[in-house]
Design a binder for this molecule. Structure first.
Ligand code: ATP
Ligand code: MG
Length: 521
């Protein structure tokens, strides 16, 4: 056959170099299979009779990425190629790929250890096909058939069963009967395989063109019972199988899977962790699932698009027809273009400027809170994202920022005495009077920031009165805002008199609408 795909042409000099050194080398694996199927190919794999050290001697630049399995990576004209020495995998341990490999000098022996006949075809640099196991016939009949005895092959390496399911989806092939029966029999062995390797095949299955067939096979053979978080989820897997559109990427595929599994937000991360997904994948899928669930209720708006990000949003919109809603990708693109900000960095005010406007030296969690608030207002079209508008908002806005402090001075008067108020018998500052001073000082902060019609009410105070102060004593109360949640402000307060701390307190005030508050009484 003629091998004119550029991927092969570019790699021919590598094979020639190996041959000049007196060894054999062939194209093998998926690229050969896919070329024979007239599909596009990506990476080409090369198998050679030369030992890894011999390959290292032939090429000036090599990397020993998988040398324990006989693979050396060669750099040629800015591209890398994996060259694997002919090998058998005679001793298998615990149904997994062996730790040690045995090198052989014959191509046929190397092809014999490969998983399926369609993957056990080699081509030399002239395009001559070496097909010892009738791989071409199986390709023509769209059949996935184990090389040799299927039971032995799956006992040797249980991952091959998952690869079979992957090829059903990726190539839209059937599984030959004896191969299928062996998988049904040996499916429990899949549990011996590292989950990362299973995931790689599952990912390819999810995005394959016959996902329906792949998942049905995965369910029928009970392979799914050996996979994390999928045990007894047959029904949901069938929902995913029947989902009518092909997934373009794995993120959206997992998103729809998790949607069908109906996992609660807090259950998503543990599920994906079991599958050893990366942090980035977990984050993207979580965002995707939340966005998909909302998108099924409403069209995108600025806040939803901002939280989701245009990439994930586009992926969701591309498959929304699968849920019976019309695809409105164009409207989504328009919305994205008109959205005033796409990240917090797009706000026309930066952290440094914010601190200087507030007259504060050091930032804290409150900076993030303020930016969140600015973001919400800008996305709700309530605040323009311009330097002027944002600065104006921060300076004018009646808002309490954390760590803001306030000091107030009082003198103990006749009416403040315990003996007068009736909270004691001595002529010293009464606890209720001290409490009033503290509340008053806290109001000193909140008052400054109230919007029209609003007022502030004290709702809790935990006061420790430590030392008594007599009439005419001067008292300084210092209060500091430690937290701001919703309409509540939390304060830490101290009172000093004559060089002593006489009290400390934690106080909470709420901001409420004055009329509404009075009506509620
Ligand atoms: P893809 O197009 O997705 O890369 P592929 O068939 O090339 O598919 P690879 O994982 O790149 O898959 O493997 C390259 C080749 O190595 C396969 O075509 C097959 O010949 C052989 N191979 C891979 N994994 C196994 C395995 N577990 N057991 C036996 N042979 C395998
Ligand atoms: Mg490959």
């Amino acid at each position: 056959m003629i091998i004119n795909a550029p991927e092969f042409q570019k790699a021919i000099p590598i094979i020639e170099a190996i041959e000049r050194a007196g060894y054999e080398a062939y194209f093998v694996g998926g690229s050969v299979r896919d070329t024979l199927l007239n599909l596009d190919i990506s990476d080409v794999d090369i198998a050679s009779s030369a030992m890894p050290e011999e390959i290292q001697r032939i090429f000036p630049i090599t990397f020993d990425v998988g040398i324990q399995h006989g693979t050396v990576m060669v750099l040629h004209e800015r591209e890398t190629y994996e060259i694997t020495t002919f090998r058998t995998e005679s001793k298998y341990e615990k149904f997994r790929r062996p730790e040690k490999v045995e090198y052989v000098r014959s191509l046929q022996d190397d092809l014999k250890r490969r998983d399926f006949t369609i993957n056990a075809i080699a081509i030399d640099r002239h395009g001559n096909i070496k097909d010892f196991f009738n791989g071409q016939e199986d390709l023509a009949n769209k059949l996935i058939r184990a090389v040799g005895n299927p039971e032995e092959r799956f006992r040797e390496d249980a991952l091959r069963m998952m690869r079979a399911a992957r090829f059903v989806s990726q190539l839209d092939f059937e599984i030959e009967q004896a191969t299928k029966e062996a998988i049904i029999e040996y499916h429990p062995l899949l549990s011996k395989i590292a989950v990362e390797r299973v995931r790689e095949e599952w990912n390819k299955l999810l995005i394959g063109r016959n996902r329906k067939g792949g998942i049905k096979f995965f369910v029928e053979t009970r392979l799914f019972q050996m996979c994390p978080g999928l045990q007894n989820r047959e029904k949901e897997l069938i929902d995913l199988a029947l989902f009518p559109l092909q997934f373009k990427g794995t993120t959206i595929a997992w998103t729809v899977l998790v949607h069908f599994l109906d996992l609660k937000d807090e259950a998503i991360e543990p599920f994906l962790r079991q599958w050893k997904c990366s942090r980035k994948e977990i984050m993207d899928i979580r965002i995707g699932v939340q966005a998909l669930n909302k998108r099924l209720q409403q069209f995108w708006d600025y806040p939803l698009l901002f939280e989701t990000g245009i990439e994930i949003a586009m992926e969701i919109e591309a498959i929304i027809e699968g849920f019976g809603l019309p695809n409105q990708s164009e409207n989504l693109i328009e919305l994205n273009e008109s959205m005033p900000i796409h990240t917090l960095k797009d706000l026309a005010l930066d952290g440094k400027e914010l601190l200087s406007l507030l007259g504060i030296q050091r930032g804290g969690p409150f900076v993030g809170e303020i930016f969140e608030e600015l973001k919400t207002l800008v996305l709700a079209n309530k605040l323009e994202n311009s330097p002027f508008a944002l600065r104006d908002f921060i300076t004018k806005r009646r808002m309490i920022y954390l760590d803001e402090t306030f000091e107030a001075a009082y003198t103990v008067g006749q009416k403040d005495l315990a003996s007068e108020i009736g909270s004691g018998t001595l002529p010293v500052l009464a606890t209720p009077a001290l409490l009033a001073m503290i509340e008053n000082a806290c109001m000193g902060i909140v008052k400054e920031h109230l919007s029209e019609g609003d007022t502030t009410v004290g709702i809790q105070c935990d006061l420790h009165h430590k030392k008594a102060s007599p009439i005419h004593a001067e008292i300084t109360v210092t209060v500091r805002v430690t937290e701001h949640r919703g309409n509540k402000y939390f304060f830490e307060c101290t009172a000093h008199s004559q060089g002593h701390e006489i009290a400390s307190a934690k106080h909470t005030r709420a901001v409420v609408n004055a009329n509404a508050f009075m009506d509620s009484l």
